[in-house]
Design a protein around this ligand. Sequence first.
Ligand SMILES: *[C@@H]1O[C@H](CO)[C@@H](O)[C@H](O)[C@H]1NC(C)=O
Ligand SMILES: *[C@@H]1O[C@H](CO)[C@@H](O)[C@H](O)[C@H]1NC(C)=O
Length: 483
Amino acid sequence: MALLPTFTTFVSVCVYLGKAFAYDNSYYDNVAIYWGQNSYGATSSNTAYYQRPISFYCQDDAIDALPVAFVDTFFGTGGLPVLNLANTCNPTDNATFPGTDLADCSALAADIEYCQSQGKIVTISLGGAGGGVGFTSDAEAQTFAQTIWNLFLGGKSNTRPFGSAVLDGIDLDIEGGGSTGYAAFVTEIRSLASGASKPYYITGAPQCPFPDANLGSVIDQVGFDAIYVQFYNNACGLQNYGIVSDWNFGVWDMWARQTSPNANVKIYIGAPASSTAAGSGYISISNLSTIAVQMRRSFPSFGGVMLWDASQAYANNRYDLAIKQALSAAGSTGFTYPPCSAAAYVSGQVYTAGETASYEGYIWEAAYWTNSVPSSGSWSAISACAGSSTQPSPTTSTSATTSARTASTTSSSASKTTATSSTASPTTTATGTCSGVAAWQSGVAYTAGDEVTYTGYLWTAKYWTENDVPGGSAGDWTNDGAC
Ligand SMILES: *[C@@H]1O[C@H](CO)[C@@H](O)[C@H](O)[C@H]1NC(C)=O
Ligand SMILES: *[C@@H]1O[C@H](CO)[C@@H](O)[C@H](O)[C@H]1NC(C)=O
């Protein structure tokens, strides 16, 4: 009953505002920004920049997609999920539906619909670094997909946290709990959405080490619309863009075009929106602009930039607006393949660090001394390319095709903490400069100067801290480097 009036209102608002533009997933200049966790509020006492209602961030054209973070528990009291939006709406401060820990945030419906009327998509993000998430079977995941469809998307329920607002899809920020069931979950959401009156989008936010520990096998099995790669809190983060053995956007582009079931999947550079938004990976807006435009010109799968999070971007001089302007200046549409300007790869030849070669549609740069065929590891794909290269190789055409997908690292670190305390457990074995330093543990209080190891890095506490993971959005720890 409510559907027709809502739709009519939506259309008339669009016409009235002259909004010709709706979200277009094929663009190269989309900005996605997480909203819901008040990341700024976790690191600062300046309440002026604490998280505001979502509509506050939809008043101009800077942002295109807003994943709402997070549904951080799948099966809570009464079998329903738990939604935690920090200071905006949470199960402790706000009313919950009877017999559940699911907050009734229906007062936010108009704010969400306002963002949608501005041509933005609003999705529900599942997971987060401290998430109590995961499935034991495909059947359980399929049932959960129906629950999510009914609570947040096109279905019906008496316990819809955002009331009449119909969100635009699902984001999976799965940082623990394994891979079981997620492909079945996505397939079920797609099935429920088929034939719907509007498109629904499915995105994922793996960390940059490829393949991702939790989402890696999932994104190989089912089509996603966009992948928001977290280029932070890891060696492959933006802070190491200039190190050819670390920066791996090329690996993600190759995955998108050669392995992903959706060959049109878009890859985003996920970036911290301020120095306090992540343990590592924050770079100046001019540096991020340069890198993003370079990737946009180099890789056809490039879709834009994802930022963590809205509160941090607004507090940091509208980092979101600045990156949007840089991306838009480089063009929303159209991709011209750079020429294969490097000499063709010669089989068996020795290459030393910094030397380049063209091979199978990419320009590669050797990270180290190597005599192996270009693939990730000793080589890095620095650009897609087209056309014949300057020096054709007679031997490459018959050589075995190498897999573009090489597991180069398995490290994974928590990056986004929910408002509730994290349950990440330490797994690091101390070696090298970490020798003698204990692994970080949840539930242990640390004071300024205390050292721990976590995900292969040495960390020092900046101040008293408990339950905030090194590298997490609370920003309590200084990263002293890999060990
Ligand atoms: C949730 O509770 C907080 C604190 O009382 C309040 O400021 C906020 O407006 C509430 N949120 C909703 C959606 O009702
Ligand atoms: C920006 O990049 C330059 C190198 O291109 C580097 O020296 C500088 O530290 C970077 N600044 C920030 C804030 O990321």
